[in-house]
Ligand binder design. Structure first.
Ligand SMILES: [Zn+2]
Length: 105
């Protein structure tokens, strides 16, 4: 599930940095075959952040049950770190979708 997207036409691989840049646009152009494809980021990112949020809540409960005297600030920091980590994972859920040329006409 977590892997960097490839070009839907020629299968060209993309670097993390390139996917991150492509995710800012609706469509992108393949660096290899020069064909245009759609970039799908909103729905996968929402699912990723939802999963991350659920995991954080579970982890917070776990930490609280193990360390009942933990300072609330420690809990906040743990949650923030995990949130930052999940944002780093966003390019791994981005998908490149081929644009059907018939639909564009
Ligand atoms: Zn390509």
């Amino acid at each position: 599930m977590l892997k960097l997207p490839v070009c839907p036409y020629c299968g060209a691989a993309y670097y993390y940095k390139d996917v991150k840049n492509a995710a800012k646009q609706k469509t992108a152009c393949c660096h290899h075959c020069k064909q245009r494809f759609a970039v799908r980021v909103r729905a996968p990112r929402a699912v990723l952040l939802l999963c991350a949020a659920l995991l954080m809540v579970l982890l917070d409960f776990l930490i609280l049950s193990i360390l009942p005297n933990i300072h609330l600030l420690g809990l906040y920091l743990t949650t923030l770190c995990l949130l930052a980590c999940s944002l780093f994972l966003v390019p791994y859920v981005v998908r490149f979708i081929p644009i059907d040329k018939k639909d564009r006409k």
